[in-house]
Design a protein around this ligand. Structure first.
Ligand code: MSP
Length: 527
């Protein structure tokens, strides 16, 4: 019995409401979690919110409320969005939760005792936007720190450091000998370059509480709080049961059962240094072995007309609004079909409409036609046609039979868009099948009764298969499709259970209801 598939995402900053990039990542992880279950794996899916840090403190001050009240409000918006989009997680990682804070403190204590932390005076430049100290390498050709760093302040203070440099040789070797640590592999070189640039540098992991109080106090020096990235990265183990017994945490998975993570799903911007350098080094310093390192799944960014989404440009897209117009299921479908995992994609209303039409015209219409005809000619009772068969039927059965293996292969490679394409081959073929067989003509000829039965059966059966393959991507729409077919897959139905004959002789299906009702789009808003 393999261990549960442990999948996590980045935890989202709670200094602003969710945008479409956040939604993409969580839907991607949710689709993979559902796919793994469909493919027979037990799953532990963790996601959550990153609630500490300077920006939160600042925004809460501006709003005149406490940081906790502020993060609770914003976290609520994330939770509501995941509910709306059908993102079903098993664990919720909120970094202000007590169990997490206890683990962070215990971990810091362990690192101190292992001689991995030291205190030192420091004077340097600090970017408030990125919440990190800057070095001369970050200066532009004109000698100044670029706009991307926001306000840069010079500080002189004592701080706590983590001996990152002790582990650089190990990490270099680890990355080179573990090609599956980072997916897609084209990002590996960039990480190795960043690693060379960080040689000899340790990581400042504290902030004096007098200038930044919104964080987890260091257990051995209460005048400081923990650097937000150190705190945030730890969520992947703290909410998976790491040190649970030691700190008295309950209700979490047994750590040995779920760790290492099979997938940390993150965006390309936080690959390095945080996830590909700090994180494995933190784990290594805590005594985790090479076999206990997690895997990173790095997705690209949604841009708008090739530009980054940003508040300054005023082009930030609210996933709630898109879901309200096009339905949450269609939004999930669009996000999954229009981005090849790992690469950037351009978000456009026009493309969302194309995706919606594809669903309405390709899948919705097929279902509607198939069930309408069957209701009209056979009162919704399916019959295989007493053994009637021909090449046209056989060809459709072949497409249906070939789809699952190809689909599973693509999904396992994180190529969700290709997985969809494999399932969609059935939809396309079934639509052609209607054109070829012309059931409305067969219905007029009593001698063709058995053939008509077999045609109507093939259509319904093909749709049942599609409803399983697309269920990780559009769980609710597929359930509705199944309800119309009058077919409920058995509890724990697996992709390997797909075989011709899901619908039995004499099966009675329901009335057709438009799965993706017509939407008056109007003019696509030029964003
Ligand atoms: N809080 C940190 C992550 C800590 S993980 C231990 C953070 N938060 S974030 O809210 O800024 O970003 C959360 C995730 O959303 C990141 O993986 C980021 O890459 C992703 N995205 C943010 N904007 C995005 C797009 N425009 N497109 C796709 N994903 C994007 O970073």
């Amino acid at each position: 019995m393999p261990k549960p598939y442990y999948i996590t995402t980045a935890i989202d900053y709670t200094n602003a409401p969710p945008h479409i990039g956040h939604a993409y990542e969580k839907v991607l992880a949710d689709v993979m979690a559902r796919f793994q279950r469909l493919n027979g794996r037990e799953v532990f899916f963790l996601t959550g919110v990153d609630q500490h840090g300077q920006k939160v403190k600042k925004k809460a001050d501006e709003a005149g409320i406490s940081p906790q009240e502020f993060v609770d409000q914003i976290s609520g918006k994330f939770i509501a969005l995941w509910e709306k989009l059908g993102v079903q997680y098993d664990g919720w990682a909120a970094t202000t939760a007590e169990p997490h804070k206890k683990v962070v403190r215990a971990m810091l204590q362990k690192l101190l005792e292992a001689g991995q932390l030291y205190k030192q005076p420091y004077s340097g430049f600090y970017s408030e936007r990125q919440e990190q100290f800057l070095t001369d390498k970050e200066r532009g050709p004109d000698g100044n720190f670029g706009e991307e760093w926001g306000v840069v302040v010079e500080y002189q203070e004592e701080n706590w450091y983590f001996k990152l440099s002790d582990h650089v040789d190990w990490l270099r070797e680890f990355i080179k000998t573990h090609p599956d640590f980072i997916f897609p592999s084209f990002r590996v070189n960039d990480v190795l370059n960043a690693l060379e640039n960080s040689v000899g540098q340790d990581l400042c992991i504290s902030r004096p509480s007098k200038r930044m109080s919104w964080g987890i106090p260091l257990p051995f020096d209460e005048n400081y709080v923990n650097y937000v990235w150190f705190d945030a990265l730890t969520n992947y183990i703290s909410f998976a049961g790491y040190l649970a017994e030691e700190v008295g945490n309950t209700g979490l998975p047994k750590f040995e059962n779920v760790w290492p993570a099979d997938a940390h799903v993150i965006g390309k911007d936080i690959l390095r240094p945080a996830h590909a350098i700090y994180w494995p080094i933190m784990l290594h310093a805590l005594g985790f072995t090479d076999e206990q390192m997690p895997k990173l799944i790095v997705h690209g960014w949604w841009n708008i007309k090739g530009q980054k989404m940003s508040k300054t440009l005023g082009n930030v897209v609210d996933p709630n609004e898109v879901a309200d117009v096009y339905t949450p299921e269609a939004l999930r479908y669009y996000l999954m079909r229009d981005m090849a995992t790992g690469y950037d994609a351009d978000l456009s209303e026009e493309r969302i409409q194309i995706a919606y039409n594809e669903l309405a015209k390709g899948l919705g219409n097929l279902l509607n036609r198939a069930l309408n005809m069957s209701q009209k000619y056979r009162s919704g009772a399916l019959s295989t046609g007493g053994g009637y068969d021909d090449e046209i039927n056989q060809a459709l059965r072949q497409t249906v039979a070939a789809a699952p293996a190809a689909y599973v292969e693509e999904m396992n490679k994180w190529a969700i868009h290709n997985g969809i394409a494999e399932a969609w081959k059935i939809v396309t073929h079934a639509n052609q099948f209607v054109d070829l067989t012309q059931p409305f003509k067969l219905a007029k000829d009593p001698e063709q009764a058995a053939r008509l039965d077999s045609v109507l059966y093939h259509l319904a059966e093909a749709l049942a298969h599609v409803s399983i393959l697309l269920s990780p991507i559009m769980p609710e729409a597929c359930k509705k499709l199944q309800a119309q077919l009058g077919w409920t897959p058995a509890e724990g139905f697996l992709v390997t259970d797909l075989a011709w004959g899901l619908l039995k002789e004499g099966h009675q299906h329901g009335q057709p209801v438009p799965l993706f009702p017509r939407i008056e789009f109007g003019e696509a808003e030029a964003k």
